[in-house]
Design a protein around this ligand. Structure first.
Ligand code: DGJ
Length: 731
């Protein structure tokens, strides 16, 4: 199916997916104007939406002469730049050697080809020629030779359009890119709401919805990682849009470093949205003949509300971004020793935990922080990637063999981007960390960031880690990152290149992770940054799962996993059952509720199984067995949020439906028992209205229509935090 059309007479470009459409037009003087993005409107051109009228106090391009109807201050543009009469937030800013900071981009040419563009050193969606078609549009500034190549790949079946920009230098002098956003979306009419996902360490991705109003709204990160505090995924929608109804757009930046999402409602009530690398502390020198590529933005749109939007994104990420074989393979159930031992363990304690985990039926034992160097607390050891033989006598290969002889797989925690001042590595190479000359460093968790922009540094670290993986037949890696970037200055780079350090850091991180997964393609790889401090589409290109949060309290997790699910599949969310009282909140929650929450993620344990009672062990076994029965439905099915934990104080429910609509599972937690309670009705979604479904445990049969429209009374349980599940198959 052709998904990109160019109409020569009207110079209109139309990009079409199954249900959506995107349009732009080359207008007078080669100005590329954005016409539309939204639901498919059929074969129509939307240039009539641009109303030309005299805007007396807005500047006009020189060629317009006395015509004051043409102004870049008002026109919806496809990709704006600074200095040419557009006073709104701009997508790009360059600085020429003569000190001028203007680029006047005009249309030059276009190309269309089958397949997907790729970006050098950056993660991005992939697609075969039958899955994707690509359009590139060249915009040039005739004075400087600065060229912006706008890249669009259209995935018709996924209802996804991806975008990125390549800045080239066709001139005879280098120039400095000070801002180069990945995507711009100009909306001619409003109003629009924005939902962004703010948070903090241990409470990540809390949705917040606000009406965009006149002026500029910004969310972003300047912490060097995409951050706990904001997420590089946002939703734009109409005020009336809800879970099951209404127009909405999802924008996901495939990038794991500093980012900015900014939106401006202008004097004409139009809205401009920009997304890309944060321009603060950023510049990049583009030499003659060279280029710079921005990260990619994945865009999707629907008129069917947020659940549909999430399903589209989940599908796109799973099928055409996440490369791990584990995306569609059953993941091992793991037990991680962090909350069981913290730094306090020896080889016998670890072995006992692994042995007990095996008896329980766990597949994989993960040895977390503390196994290396002199890592007896978080004050030392990072950078020394050899086993701490005082703690693990006989060495890691021996312990690994004992655990593997039990029939278990072994996983390992690493934090390759960091260095402790109290480490052999620091004593040998004190200059290998990011640091400002002549200043004491700012510490975070008493550690410093390694300067991985230096090749010799990343090569050294990865070589040591590879040796450990090979010597112990490691089958899972958890890659952690426990502080934001600080002291961001690389002594290996010239002063005029310091504006590049944040971005070079992210490229270096990607290179390190690429080297890991290409050397060990069978490895199950999980990213982590103090929990969910780098939970983004960029990371999912390398690892199929990310530790969702350091907060393992099941009740808080209901909110964290709910927020995360808007932009990311549940199969990407690391989620474990931990002990009660919970270590972060002191809250006690029944085992079944902890299990149901963990199984709405990757499912594992974060506790010492030696301390489980017989009754708890039986419940753990039951939870594992049910998870193993239903993993496909959870991992590959459609996910629906059936309640909002921020507004509903009574229960939190979600649902998985198989793609064939043959099977559905609705689960959740009833938050509090109320005597003489009103009956709450559960309305399923995504079923076939005309088919009959049998609830497996009760054997009762209902039509899909009844389950979705009339609803089912929620079980009336006694006590707080009661888990429930209802599992349906086609009768
Ligand atoms: C932060 C992680 O999120 C935890 O799970 C644990 O691995 C600690 N770091 C170890 O330092």
């Amino acid at each position: 199916m052709e998904s990109i059309y160019y109409h020569r007479e009207t110079q209109v470009f139309t990009l079409r997916t199954k249900h959506t459409m995107y349009q732009m037009q080359v207008r007078q003087f080669g100005i590329l104007v954005h016409l539309y993005y939204g639901p498919d409107l059929g074969h129509t051109e939307l240039d009539y939406r641009i109303v030309e009228q005299d805007h007396g106090f807005s500047p006009n391009p020189y060629e317009a002469d006395t015509d004051r109807t043409i102004t870049l201050d008002i026109l919806p543009q496809e990709y704006s730049s600074y200095g040419i009469g557009d006073y709104r937030i701009c997508a790009s800013e360059i600085l020429s050697q003569d000190g001028s900071d203007v680029a006047d981009f005009r249309y030059k040419s276009y190309e269309i080809w089958e397949g997907k563009y790729s970006l050098k050193g950056l993660p991005s969606m992939f697609g075969t020629p039958s899955e994707a078609q690509t359009l590139s549009i060249r915009l040039e500034d005739s004075v400087t030779g600065v060229t912006a190549v706008l890249l669009y790949s259209v995935f018709p079946e996924l209802d996804v359009i991806t975008r990125a920009v390549r800045f080239e230098n066709d001139g005879d002098r280098s120039y400095r890119l000070r801002k180069g956003m990945s995507a711009q979306l100009d909306f001619l009419d409003g109003p629009l709401d924005m939902i962004h996902f703010h948070g903090r360490h241990m409470m990540e991705r809390m949705p917040e919805r606000e009406r965009l109003s006149h002026g500029v709204t910004q969310v972003g990160s300047r912490r060097g990682a995409s951050s706990h505090q904001q997420n590089p995924f946002v939703i734009l929608c109409r005020p009336e849009t809800q879970e099951d109804y209404g127009l909405c757009y999802g924008l996901s930046l495939v990038y794991s470093g500093n980012f900015l999402l900014e939106a401006e409602v202008d004097q004409m009530n139009q809205t401009r949205v920009l997304m890309g690398i944060h321009p603060a502390q950023f510049w990049h020198e583009i030499q003659c003949g060279d280029f710079f590529e921005t990260p990619e933005v994945i865009m999707t749109c629907t008129t069917e509300g947020f659940s549909r939007l999430s399903i589209q994104l989940h599908d796109a990420l799973r099928s055409n971004l996440m490369r791990s074989p584990f995306v569609s393979k059953q993941r091992p159930i793991l037990l991680n020793n962090w909350e069981a031992t913290y730094f306090d363990f020896d080889e016998e304690k670890l072995f006992r935990i692994a042995e007990q985990a095996k008896k329980l039926g766990v597949d994989l034992f993960v040895l977390d922080d503390g196994w290396f160097g002199r890592r007896n607390s978080d004050f030392s050891g990072l950078g020394d990637w050899w086993v701490n033989e005082e703690k693990i006598k006989g060495g890691l290969p021996l312990l690994a063999k004992r655990i593997q002889d039990l029939g278990m797989k072994l996983g390992l925690w690493i934090e390759p981007e960091m260095i402790s001042e109290d480490s052999a590595l620091y004593r040998e190479h004190p200059d290998w960390c990011l640091h400002f000359p002549h200043r004491n460093p700012v510490r975070g968790r008493y550690q410093l960031n390694l300067d991985i922009t230096r090749k010799e540094v990343r090569d050294h670290v990865m070589k040591e880690i590879f040796q450990v993986i090979e010597s112990c037949r490691i089958s899972y890696i958890k890659w952690d990152m426990n502080r934001s970037l600080g002291n961001v200055y690389s002594t290996a780079l010239a002063p005029e290149k310091q504006g590049d350090v944040y971005h070079q850091y992210v490229l270096a991180l990607y290179e390190m992770q690429e080297s890991l997964i290409s050397r060990f393609p069978e490895l199950l790889f999980e990213n982590c940054a103090g929990g969910g401090g780098r939970f983004d589409a960029g990371m999912l290109y390398y690892s199929p799962q990310i530790w969702c949060s350091d907060n393992t309290d099941a009740i808080d997790r209901l909110k964290i996993q709910y927020g995360t699910s808007f932009g990311y599949p549940v199969s990407a969310m690391g989620a474990h059952i931990s002990v009660c009282p919970n270590h972060q909140t002191g809250r006690s929650v029944p085992f079944e509720a902890r299990a149901v929450v963990a199984s709405a993620g990757t499912f594992g344990f974060e506790l010492d199984p030696v301390n489980l009672s017989e009754e708890e062990a039986a419940k753990a076994r039951e939870a594992m067995s049910f998870y193993r029965q239903t993993w496909k439905l959870r991992q590959l099915g459609d996910y629906y949020r059936l309640s909002d934990p921020f507004s509903n104080q009574d229960y939190v429910i979600w649902e998985f439906v198989s793609k064939s609509k043959d099977e559905a599972l609705t689960e959740g937690v009833i938050l509090r028992h109320q005597p003489n309670s009103p009956v709450f009705f559960l309305h399923l979604r995504g079923l076939d209205a005309g088919r009959e479904y049998r609830e497996i445990e009760s054997g009762k049969v209902y039509t899909g229509a009844a389950l979705m429209t009339a609803g089912l009374p929620l079980p009336l349980n006694y006590g707080d935090f009661c888990a429930f599940r209802l599992h349906f198959i086609v009768a």
